[in-house]
Design a protein around this ligand. Sequence first.
Ligand SMILES: C[S@@+](CC[C@H](N)C(=O)[O-])C[C@H]1O[C@@H](n2cnc3c(N)ncnc32)[C@H](O)[C@@H]1O
Length: 349
Amino acid sequence: MDPDASVRQTDTDAAGARLSAVQKGYFIDPFIKNFVPRAHLQPPRPPLINVGTFMRSTAIDDLVDQWLSKSTEKRCQIVSLGSGSDTRFWRIATGPHQDRLGKYIEIDFPEVTTKKAMTVKKSRELATVLGEPTQVTLGHGGAALHSPRYHLIPADLRHPPDEILGKTLTVPSSPNETKSILSPSLPTLLLFECVLVYMTPEASSGLVRWFVDYFATESANLGEDAILGAIVYEMFGLNDPFGRIMVSNLKARNVTLPGAEPYHSIESLPSRFLNNGFSAARALTLHQIRQNYVPTLELERIAQLEMLDEVEELNLVLEHYAITWGLFLSNPASSMVWSDWGLKQRNPE
Ligand SMILES: C[S@@+](CC[C@H](N)C(=O)[O-])C[C@H]1O[C@@H](n2cnc3c(N)ncnc32)[C@H](O)[C@@H]1O
């Protein structure tokens, strides 16, 4: 079996988990049902999975909302790599910060983007958010979709970044020319939500480094400051007994996690940014986030949703997933606005 097919299948799991958490009332996402076939017939996930999905989603939402709130001088740009069936563009474009979003770009394998482009075109609820039908075009044989703000691009992220990001991230500007979709002068946030772990550390470092070099060089050419943020969510610390069980369960499904190899501890995670040109980075486990970064009222609310018996197991799982965020600013003067971007403690120890 093609090993990439198993990796692509992880998106079906992620979308199913999100739908389950929404149906149980953990959070609101009116769009996810469009991405799960026969959504109303899907069995709910165990409470432990729902709580994990809640922690991951609300923490990433918080970081993204802060990024949008800070983009007051200029609209921002978001690039989601390994975006799968993520609904974030639709949630932002219909939410309170919709005017702060300049551009939203999603990249995934062509098999995944073709399916997503078809789902979007077929759903009135999703398609109307993109703009007038005449402004929405398909490309790459149906694997790419372009609209004024939203772009869906097919690419294998393990290929050389210059090839995928330099060449594929373009739209025709005239009959014989193309122009880049990326705007180097916009404050840009990269989302790597459970994707780098499936690639080698070398490939993911190359990708992170490419963005830093591109934004540093291209924004300087325009006489602008580069403002680049990034969020990674994934598993780590897989060399302990619990981690080894996770690895072997996934191996049985033909999924390997080469990207987790360098990261044995939470302290090691920021290095994926700091070693590749970012100026600052931090990481927190989902367990730390649950303990101190979610408002008590929210924790009380979700505790009412369903019985959770497996508290020890929940803690073990949450200790093996982390959110890491990093910031690159070409001009230290921008740090007045951007340096406090990050998760904030709500319930100090
Ligand atoms: C676990 S899913 C996560 C989807 C989405 N980011 C989310 O959090 O809901 C992983 C996604 O990464 C994509 N992916 C993994 N390796 C990739 C690669 N080399 N190139 C492009 N996409 C990749 C998969 O196809 C899949 O859609």
